[in-house]
Design a protein around this ligand. Sequence first.
Ligand SMILES: Nc1ncnc2c1ncn2[C@@H]1O[C@H](COP(=O)(O)OP(=O)(O)O)[C@@H](O)[C@H]1O
Ligand SMILES: N[C@@H](CCC(=O)OP(=O)(O)O)C(=O)O
Length: 374
Amino acid sequence: MAAGRDKLKRARRWVVKIGSALLTNDGQGLDVAAIERWVDQLAELKRDGVELVLVSSGAVAEGMTRLGWTNRPEDLGHLQAAAAVGQMGLVQAYETNFSRHGMQTAQVLLTNDDHKVRSRYLNARSALRILLDMGVVPVVNENDTVATDEFRFGDNDTLAALVANLVEADGVILLTDQQGLFTADPRTDKSATLISEARAEDEAIVAVAGGGGKLGRGGMATKVRAARLAARSGAVTIIASGREDDVLLRVRRGEQVGTLLTPERSPMAARKQWIAGHLQARGTLVLDAGAVKALQERGKSLLPAGVIGLSGDFTRGEMVLMADESGNVIARGLVNYSAEESSKLMGHPSADIGALLGYVSEEELVHRDNLVLA
Ligand SMILES: Nc1ncnc2c1ncn2[C@@H]1O[C@H](COP(=O)(O)OP(=O)(O)O)[C@@H](O)[C@H]1O
Ligand SMILES: N[C@@H](CCC(=O)OP(=O)(O)O)C(=O)O
């Protein structure tokens, strides 16, 4: 068995994306029987200990069916109106089916900006993580009625990858209407064959991935791009057919199904590399000797109690340097509180954060997962 497929047997957190073409039976209205079967599988995975985020497309397609439209409208307003109608059907179907298994769902609508604007990104991240901790299944879609990018962001493959980055998922499963990525679009080239495994970074797979059908727009091109994005935070991607029996359970068992696209690095290594290399430091926290030791020798998070001074102007989620009392930089990482909040918190035990600020985001100032030693 390939190493990547083996990884999915142990994976702890999956993002599963279901495309429009599949969900709406190529525009015939929600395929309720198929949704039932996917939810049964998802529930089984969840009972097996996999934390799940579901990314579901289909709002526009379902809205069109409910409104009796046969042609996809061109203008943004009508697309958004259709999405608003269709989204009701989607969440209803998931809610009903997960509740058969005694499981709760939550509707999470995100926009492109939520990933660009750091504070919204962090809020989306903590809400999703809390939902996962509580065992709730978030059902994510793009917030179509407020999207402004001419619906172009209307690409839930990318959204699934961004969500995988947000929740640090180890697996991304893109369910579509084909068995996986073929050497050419099988709709037009009957001699095309299935690629069972490739590196997400491999340029050759970009070349073979074409556009989509009449409902989904992205086709394989956005799926390959999503796999690359997901690989940046170390996630393995599988592109597989949602029409295949027990497809999710088969993926879980590590069986040879669909196309596996593998990252170069493990999730933690990828994350640390990103922290180490890609962000500009906005400030410096000065640590007492005990905190320096806790970070360097015991791999601990930085708590406010170990900070004796700070400089710079940073907001939650930005990169800061951590230095000892002599000014030697010993680590860098993503800070959980702004400079203003941090100066109120420094020197205090984490138990006092609520009293000092009136709220608690995290008990650490910099979590060890977001911290790289110099
Ligand atoms: N190399 C390829 N291998 C498989 N499918 C491809 C390829 N290139 C283009 N496609 C097209 O991508 C479609 C799936 O993408 P899309 O229609 O966006 O579905 P979804 O709604 O699941 O996102 C397939 O039906 C197929 O026609
Ligand atoms: N938010 C849109 C997403 C459309 C979309 O990405 O579709 P697809 O390429 O089929 O996954 C909807 O729900 O219709």
